[in-house]
Design a protein around this ligand. Structure first.
Ligand code: C2E
Ligand code: CA
Ligand code: CA
Length: 717
């Protein structure tokens, strides 16, 4: 193949993959928006009372403010009883979304497709857990959605024609399909191509995967991605003609693809900001008052708002950006004068509302307004906002030209971050507002720190991690390891969690990569080791049951001498036989296999066992198998996932490969452990090929100390 053509093709696929990635990000974003809407009635104070009658009243009262896309919403208490916004009280025992294990690792959960008696069409549920101070789950606030909402969303995110979008939940049921008759179904027709699609859909290693199949007599390239958090599977089919055209044109630069991504939203905010700067630089705006509305100018607003923020370091603020949907269109169709009138009208309404709360308001350029208010409680502020919004909408209805304002909202919580500027808050509110699509019913969006605030979050984490360690905000959970021969517990893995005061429970993926970057992980590792040692030694001292525990050793410990010294110093403080401790090591880029061998040997000398973690995820794994003298091979979760077909059964070829790999491990006298065993089929298969142990949600998610002890009680000899 001609080199230029080859690179054109490569470029084309890169663009397509980016589109799919952006699309998946956009879907996640919509789900996040639902989550945020639900969160606006999340009232921890009220939930902490456990008074379900009052909680249900609260839900019913808030009904008018909830988006129409919510088919229903409800609160589930500890007894698994659901208190619904329509007044119903229903027992929900056995439903997947009330299972507490779904909430251990995440502060919101998106279910797979379900069939509900209450609704004619299949639904899915978004749940937000409520934990008490002891990290124990007391309730769940849930919203139900008909799967049609996903179709509506994908219809709204337009791709150029001839691109088909598929969305499946983790079990393979379609939420979106070009042929509507497949919605809610697991679709496996006889066609071999479809089988290929479906199995790829369900197996896990599909990120960015490209595949060529026949779709309605047209050859397409299918590109896959996973939607964050819910792990739904997205595929977009790009017609092959597109690629052929490139060949004809022989020009890679002419590839045009609409990129829908959060990135483009970022650019939008950036553009808006630069436009504004342009106005300022050219002194097109008045310094203090806006001549049209007599409100403050934005420049002046920023000045006094900043002063306000500095003067009140402990106060929470709400910043709102408002504008009018399709204002450009109004300007063109009704003329500038009418548009100005409309702005003035809106300004009087907004100003009146703001003045009743002693807030600040200004107009930026065109139809853009900014509002800053002091608030005490985010949830109360939101319910106040919604009330005002209703009044505002009533007044607007009386206006001669129909128009609809929309709002981006952000909250500044001083405990989260100090020193924020009004500009930054405006950026956040703008960003939130830019996520409101014209077809969305909810006219406001709340800035979600998880999306854009990542950088701030990192700052926050870095600024608070040391204190958090001192304050005992990190704690350890234990996930059981099961011996397949008799289904009994033979060990556990210690997994760290961080319960922050401000942003809730964090799972390791949120902070470990950062801690690896800044080096804090070595400290945290030792903290975890000490917690584990304490736990084991207490059990032994009291003659209570306990099993050997595996601890993780991060890739940052790259000096065997120092590590062993510190590890033994800590270990010797507790009177524990070393057989109770296993160390999980990982292949690492910074460390050669020689160093890895050295650490393993040194740990062996002291009587600890050593496991190779995430085996099968790196390229050199097979190489390591013979080189590093570990006792245990822990197979990565993805290893198992990648061998499953559409029905969750193991693919024959993979089965043979795994079977021989286990055989090989056995010959090398290494124990085998599989991680991420979630289904009975997987367990049975692993048992059949004589894998020794498994660890996974099928048996148990990571547990709190006391839960883990209960598990030992129930599952040991
Ligand atoms: P890992 O060592 O591979 O730990 C296993 C991870 O897989 C855990 O995630 C566990 O909750 C998850 N898992 C177990 N069974 C299943 C299953 O059936 N399905 C699914 N979907 N997941 C399952 P977790 O706790 O979020 O930890 C993520 C990673 O963070 C760990 O991966 C480990 O690399 C790191 N980590 C956790 N705790 C520590 C620690 O104390 N020190 C260090 N250095 N790293 C840690
Ligand atoms: Ca591990
Ligand atoms: Ca692992």
């Amino acid at each position: 193949m001609n080199k230029a053509l080859y690179s054109a093709e490569k470029k084309y696929f890169e663009c397509c993959s980016e589109t799919v990635e952006g699309y998946s990000e956009a879907l996640y974003f919509y789900l996040e928006n639902y989550h945020t809407a639900l969160k606006s009635i999340y009232d921890p104070l009220l939930f902490s009372t456990g008074d379900t009658a009052r909680i249900q009243d609260w839900l019913i009262k808030n009904k008018p403010y909830m988006p129409e896309d919510f088919a229903a919403y409800f609160y589930v208490d500890e007894k698994k009883t659901g208190y619904f916004s329509n007044g119903n009280i229903v027992g929900l025992e056995g439903r997947n979304y009330v299972d507490k294990s779904n909430y251990i690792d995440s502060d919101f959960f998106v279910s797979n497709i379900m069939y509900s008696k209450l609704s004619s069409s299949p639904v899915f549920v978004i749940g937000i857990p409520y934990f008490d101070d002891n990290h124990s789950l007391k309730g769940i606030l849930c919203a139900v959605f008909k799967i049609e909402v996903m179709q509506k969303i994908t219809d709204a995110i337009t791709l150029s024609e001839k691109k088909y979008v598929y969305l499946q939940d983790r079990t393979g049921r379609f939420l979106v399909h070009p042929d509507k008759s497949y919605l809610g179904e697991v679709f496996i027709p006889d066609d071999e191509h479809y089988k290929a699609i479906s199995s790829e859909f369900i197996s896990s290693q599909i990120q960015g995967k490209i595949e060529t199949v026949n779709e309605n007599d047209e050859v397409v390239n299918l590109i896959y991605n996973r939607v964050k958090l819910c792990e739904w599977i997205l595929a977009i089919a790009f017609p092959k003609v597109e690629l052929e055209q490139i060949y004809r044109q022989q020009n890679s630069t002419k590839v045009t693809i609409i990129l829908i991504s959060v990135l483009s939203l970022g650019i939008f905010v950036f553009l808006e900001m630069s436009l504004l700067n342009y106005f300022y630089k050219n002194q097109l705006v008045n310094a203090v008052y806006d001549p049209l509305t007599n409100l403050y100018s934005r420049q002046f607003f920023e000045k006094i708002a900043d002063r306000h923020l500095k003067k009140n370091p402990r106060v929470k603020f709400m910043l709102i950006e408002a504008d009018i949907r399709g204002f450009k269109f109004i300007n063109q169709n009704y003329g500038e004068e009418n548009a100005d009138k409309m702005i003035f009208y809106l300004s009087t309404l907004l100003n009146k509302a703001v003045q009743s709360y002693k807030g600040l308001i200004c107009r930026g350029y065109a139809d853009h307004f900014y509002i800053m208010l002091e608030v005490h409680n985010v949830y109360k502020a939101m319910s106040m906002f919604k009330k005002k919004l209703e009044q505002l909408n009533d007044l607007i209805k009386a206006y001669e030209i129909p128009f609809f304002p929309k709002f981006g909202i952000t909250f500044f919580r001083p405990e989260q971050k100090r020193n924020v500027s009004v500009k930054e808050l405006i950026g956040q509110a703008s960003f939130a507002k830019s996520t409101i699509k014209d077809n969305m019913i909810l006219p406001y969006a709340i800035y979600n720190s998880r999306l854009l605030d990542k950088v701030n979050e990192e700052h926050y984490i870095e600024a608070t991690m040391e204190k958090a360690l001192e304050n005992g905000e990190f704690f350890v959970m234990y996930q059981p390891k099961i011996l397949l021969a008799d289904d009994k517990i033979v060990g556990g893995e210690a997994l760290v969690r961080w319960k922050t005061n401000d942003i809730g429970l964090l799972t390791p993926d949120k902070f470990i990569p950062l801690f690896e970057k800044n080096g804090f992980i070595t400290k945290l590792d030792f903290y975890v080791y000490e917690q584990v040692f304490k736990f084991i030694s207490r059990q032994l001292k009291e003659n209570q049951p306990i099993v050997p525990i595996s601890v993780n050793m991060s890739r940052n410990h790259n000096k065997p001498d120092k590590f062993m010294h510190d590890f033994m110093e800590l270990f010797n403080k507790y009177n524990i036989p070393p057989e109770y401790i296993q160390v999980e090591i990982i292949e690492r880029s910074v460390m050669d296999s020689k160093t890895l061998c050295e650490i393993t040997d040194r740990l062996h000398e002291k009587g600890f066992s050593v496991a190779m973690d995430d085996f099968g995820s790196g390229e050199s794994s097979l190489n390591m198998l013979t080189k590093v003298p570990v006792d245990v091979l822990k197979f990565d979760r993805y290893f198992l996932l990648s061998t499953m077909n559409e029905k969750g059964a193991v693919d024959e070829k993979s089965a043979r490969f795994m079977s021989s790999l286990i055989e090989l491990s056995r010959n090398l006298e290494k124990q085998t452990v599989f991680e991420g065993v979630e289904t009975e089929e997987q367990r049975d298969f692993l048992k059949k090929i004589r894998c020794d142990q498994v660890q996974g949600y099928f048996y148990s998610k990571p547990l709190l100390e006391n839960e883990f002890l209960e598990f030992i009680e129930k599952h040991s000899n």
